[in-house]
Design a protein around this ligand. Structure first.
Ligand code: ADP
Length: 665
């Protein structure tokens, strides 16, 4: 076994790999960019090597720097995690040439599966079912449009080098084909340096079911059953589970056998995932699943497989990479229970799942009854340089519902302030009836989006909590001390205080009266009696309290950050503004006359022209951020007054990009 390995990655996956390495007595080396000097993965490693500036192209993607770091530290092997260099055959070859082992498959195996078109051709040869479509080399747009017509709409255009949902376009109407093709090609080129595309029949009611496979250098290949990753947004996974609901033993055996065949066809070694798409328009069936692609690395969602098999997949990877045999044979592997994983992201769901940035002013993740894989700590910054994942929350149970309920509880126990997250959306998903019954397909989130992103409206209890936080009435410190619970004690009469906060842009004034029964908060004409059972500060700016309202007892938490306050109450998250009473009355928001950049990014396409009339929803420009393209649209009908950006410009969040002529009513 290796005595020292380098992890060529960051964030939660770097930390997760180190955890296993440490438990096996293997020393760990982290690499880090300037932006990650204080990151968790750096602190966790035995040694850390600085490899460059924040941009990934200058740091985490620099093969030369990583090889240099191995030489400097004497690391014998490199674990690539996922993303970055994990599926780069040149990286594998460079490492091997330097006498360093790659904890993953061979360069040839990666190459064979690296391009979706070539992989499909290989699978057809190996007798693995593939989605009907065109995966040839001819790329003339007219020719591809003809193929699409032959396949029959709707079709899916995929950048052949694509991954992570990038470079994919669904097309329903032949008239939209060319524009979609251009978009997929552009994204393919920008993200993967390859504009070539393939065309597939778009399955309208599909489920994404993938099989975890493992091979060793002795010719053994096993599968570790399936995961269902059908809950997706923008073709990216949101909540994954294992096993897959409704998959019976015969379907599991058929899919497992196909996946093993796929792995054997390329002499696969290490951890891999064979992704299938199952057509469930007429229910699950063992003859209606098709190979989509093979990911030649450890997947983000591997913990659910670990949970149901009781295996540590990173330990398996290390054993295989060191030349050992697979720890178990197929017949020894069993499924035990059910597991879910939710991906907690800094993202603005209602704004179209836009990646969000911010400082994690408050971060408390569940530590009981759930596994949490994270690479960030309170105070860390989610920047636009890297994937905005905050954590993976993994919950298990004996049955599917038990595990799903455990996930819901774990999410309700997760509290994050300082960055917009998808936490509430994940909670809404856990409660969604179709998902609870296991009846989802990959289109579920899109179809149900409106109900899933419905933000809860703060009721008087939530507003009261905010008002009490503002008045510093909840961090009672030692609850048993009369001085902390009766700080506003008056000899006679009630003590009255006023709090001013804002909610969704509107000022909220609250009057708090303390009397023998406890506190009474009055907002408008409503009263909310509340008793503080206990409360404490968890940091200078955050705290938690147990409160007794008239109807229920409830645990609440809060975090102050900048001019805002996040309040967590009954699983809901509410943002309030903290108003400086001296500043009341100033400031106003811009109207709907401008299109602002929702995040930092690169302007790819500007289609808006000054003087042009536009209708609500018309595409005005395409912004590329985090390697994804986002189309910015007209906020209302009107005339474009000015275009304030140009193609190729790097813009900051909030920059005015387009101005509309003012409305004259
Ligand atoms: P990537 O490599 O970018 O992850 P995949 O080929 O794995 O791309 O596809 C990602 C997701 O896109 C799938 O999980 C599925 O939801 C959807 N998808 C892919 N191919 C099809 C198809 N032919 N029909 C319908 N949906 C598809």
């Amino acid at each position: 076994m290796f005595s020292k390995i380098l992890i060529a990655n960051r964030g939660e996956i770097a930390c997760r790999v180190m955890r296993t390495a440490k438990s096996m007595g293997i020393r760990t080396v982290a690499v880090y960019s300037e932006a990650d000097c204080d990151a968790m993965h750096v602190k966790m490693a035995d040694e850390a090597v600085h490899i460059g500036p924040p941009a990934v192209a200058d740091s985490y993607l620099r093969i030369d720097k990583i090889v240099e770091a191995c030489k400097l530290t004497g690391a014998q092997a490199v674990h690539p995690g996922y993303g970055f260099l994990s599926e780069n055959p040149d990286f594998v070859e460079t490492l091997n040439a330097a006498g360093i082992a790659f904890i993953g498959p061979t360069a040839d195996a990666i190459r064979a599966m690296g391009l979706k078109d070539a992989a499909k051709a290989l699978m057809v040869e190996a007798g693995v079912p593939v989605v009907p479509g065109f995966h040839g080399t001819e790329q003339d747009p007219d020719y591809l449009a003809e193929r699409a017509a032959e396949i029959g709409y709707p079709v899916l255009i995929k950048a052949r080098a694509g991954g992570g949902g990038k470079g994919m376009r669904r097309v329903d109407d032949p008239a939209d084909f060319k524009e979609a093709l251009e978009g997929a090609q552009r994204e393919g080129l920008a993200s993967f340096g390859d504009a070539s595309c393939l065309i597939e029949k778009y399955l309208v009611t599909p489920r994404h079911i993938e099989i975890q496979v493992f091979g060793d250098s002795h010719g053994n290949v096993v599968h570790l059953f399936e995961r269902d990753c059908s809950l997706q947004r923008r073709h990216q996974k949101v909540i994954e589970e294992a096993p897959a609901p409704g998959v019976d033993d015969s379907m599991r055996a058929a899919m497992g056998a196909s996946a093993v065949k796929a792995a054997q066809a390329i002499g696969y070694q290490g951890a891999g995932t064979v992704e299938f798409i199952a057509d469930v328009s007429e229910g699950l069936s063992s003859d209606k699943f098709y190979f989509m692609e093979m990911n030649t690395r450890l997947q983000v969602e591997h913990p659910v497989t670990e949970a149901i098999t009781g295996q540590d997949l990173v330990a398996w990877q290390l054993q295989v990479a060191a030349g050992g045999k697979l720890p178990m044979q197929q017949s020894e592997l069993k499924i035990n229970g059910w597991a879910f994983e939710a991906r907690l992201y800094a993202e603005d769901v209602p704004a179209g799942f836009l990646p969000a940035t911010g400082t994690l002013e408050h971060l408390s993740l569940p530590d009981l009854n759930a596994r949490v894989d994270t690479g960030v700590a309170q105070g860390d910054v989610i920047s636009s340089h890297y994937d905005p994942m905050i954590a993976k929350v993994i919950a298990t149970g004996n049955s599917r519902l038990e595990a799903l309920n455990a996930l819901a509880v774990a999410l309700a126990d997760s509290r994050i302030a300082g960055a917009t997250t998808n936490l509430q959306f994940l909670q809404a998903l856990c409660a969604h009836d179709v998902f609870r019954k296991g009846g989802m397909d990959t289109g579920l989130i899109d179809r149900e989006l409106d109900s899933l992103i419905k933000e809860p409206v703060a009721d008087i209890a939530a507003k009261s909590v905010a008002a009490l936080v503002q008045l510093n009435r909840l961090s009672t410190g030692d609850a048993s001390s009369p001085w902390s619970s009766c700080r506003n004690y008056r000899h006679w009469g009630d003590a009255t205080q006023r709090a001013l906060i804002s909610y969704k842009g509107e000022n909220v004034s609250a009057t708090v009266v303390e009397n023998a029964q406890g506190l009474s908060v009055t907002i408008g004409r409503k009263d909310c009696p509340v008793k503080v059972l206990s409360g404490r500060a968890t940091s200078q700016k955050s705290g938690e309290a147990a409160l007794q309202f008239a109807a229920d007892r409830c645990d609440v938490a809060w975090a102050l950050h900048g001019n805002a306050m996040t309040v967590f109450v009954r699983g809901e998250i509410h943002e309030f503004g903290v108003i400086d009473p001296l500043a009341v009355g100033s400031g106003d928001d811009a109207g709907g006359d401008t299109v602002l950049s929702p995040m930092p990014g690169l302007v790819r396409v500007v289609s808006a022209i000054a003087g042009q009339s536009v209708n609500t929803g018309d595409a005005l420009l395409v912004l590329e951020a985090m390697k994804m393209e986002h189309t910015l649209r007209a906020p209302r009908d009107g005339v474009i007054a000015e275009v304030l950006t140009s193609e190729g410009e790097q813009v900051e969040a909030g920059s005015v990009m387009i101005a509309l002529e003012p409305e004259d009513d």
